[in-house]
Design a protein around this ligand. Structure first.
Ligand code: G3H
Ligand code: 13P
Ligand code: ZN
Length: 326
């Protein structure tokens, strides 16, 4: 049984002030997924180093993997690590792709400062109704809520969408009126996972639908927008994986220039999971390939953690523009 704890007791913050600052200063807050200690340490370390605000994300399955008894302590540990390094960066703990009111309540009662309710694969009315219920409970606890309109292709936790359905800008205002959500994930051509596009040699990924993003911004000025599925699937890490015994064929992600452009708009939160997985896997494969006798986890998880820090520093400073803000 998880003890009841409010996020403020863990030194965490909700996303409201983070998004206000990101909107005003035209950058995006990184939301990095984690499943274990080394990922968490790297994410906090990279964000402290770059003085970037941070949203720590946990999917429903990651929460199960970590264990609900550990999770609040890991988040408190993240805050303590930043404090010990003399950093004042704000840290939020966010439920990624929550699929029910029960799960949202459990998270809110166990230290999450922000939750996503993802009912985007249901009808508009069902999506709005469920999102509204989550908002009512969350706002009573000063927790912020992200919902989604439109469906991304790829895998969203246990929900698999074959094809994407772009967000319809004309639905956004009514959805906000009905629900009162604090931020909205939209579908403009990003997708989950490491295989976002199947490209022929020399082909470029199709550009994101900035026309849809601009239309949403025009209709609802000031609404913080969220981009899921925003990994770039860095060629360097895919090449390392393939060089050291892996087999990842025809991978492609969202080009960094596209993300830079999005981060300077009303996009205030950019979700990155796959790129972190690739960085760690590439490094671990390299260590094992170069030293097959190695069996001390610190000797492969340590370098993987370093590689992840480097990647996060790069993303915060060069792509999202979140570095140097605190
Ligand atoms: O969008 C989903 C995230 O990448 C989390 O995935 O359910 O494998 O933890 P997961
Ligand atoms: P990627 O698979 O592109 O990293 O997307 C992660 C995500 O959207 C988490 O919610
Ligand atoms: Zn997502």
């Amino acid at each position: 049984m998880t003890r009841k704890v409010h996020y403020s007791d863990l030194g965490l913050q909700n996303t409201r002030a983070m998004f206000e600052k990101a909107m005003a200063e035209k950058y995006a807050v990184p939301a990095y997924n984690f499943n274990n200690l080394e990922q968490l340490q790297a994410i906090v370390g990279g964000c402290v180093e770059t003085r970037s605000p941070l949203i720590l994300q946990v999917s429903g399955s990651a929460r199960k993997y970590i264990g609900t008894s550990f999770l609040p302590h890991m988040a408190a540990g993240a805050r303590a690590m930043a404090d010990d390094l003399g950093s004042v960066i704000p840290i939020a703990l966010h439920l990624d792709h929550g699929n029910s009111l029960e799960l949202a309540k459990e998270c809110i009662n166990s230290g999450f400062s922000s939750v996503m309710i993802d009912a985007s694969h249901h009808s508009f009315e069902e999506n709005a109704e469920l999102s509204k219920q989550v908002v009512e409970y969350a706002h009573d606890h000063d927790v912020t809520v992200e919902a989604e309109l439109g469906v991304l292709a790829g895998i969203e936790d246990e929900v698999v969408a074959e094809k994407s359905t772009y967000t319809q800008p004309e639905e956004v205002e009514r959805f906000l009126e009905l629900t009162g959500v604090d931020s909205l994930a939209i579908s403009i051509g990003t997708s989950h996972g490491a295989y976002k596009f199947k490209l022929k040699p020399g082909e470029e990924p199709p550009p994101l639908r900035f026309d849809i993003l601009e239309e949403v911004e025009k209709r609802v000025p000031g609404l913080p927008i969220v981009l899921h599925g925003a990994s770039s699937v860095l060629a360097e890490h895919v090449a390392m994986i393939n060089k050291y015994g892996g087999n990842m064929d025809n991978t492609a992600g969202i080009p960094e220039e596209q993300l830079r452009r999005a981060a300077a708009s009303a996009v205030c939160k950019v979700n990155i999971d796959s790129d972190g997985r690739l960085a760690m896997t590439a490094t671990i494969r390299k260590v094992f390939s170069e030293n097959p006798a190695e069996f001390d986890p610190r000797k492969y998880l340590g370098p993987a953690r370093e590689e992840l820090i480097n990647m996060i520093v790069h993303k915060n400073n060069e792509v999202l523009g979140s570095g140097g803000r605190y």
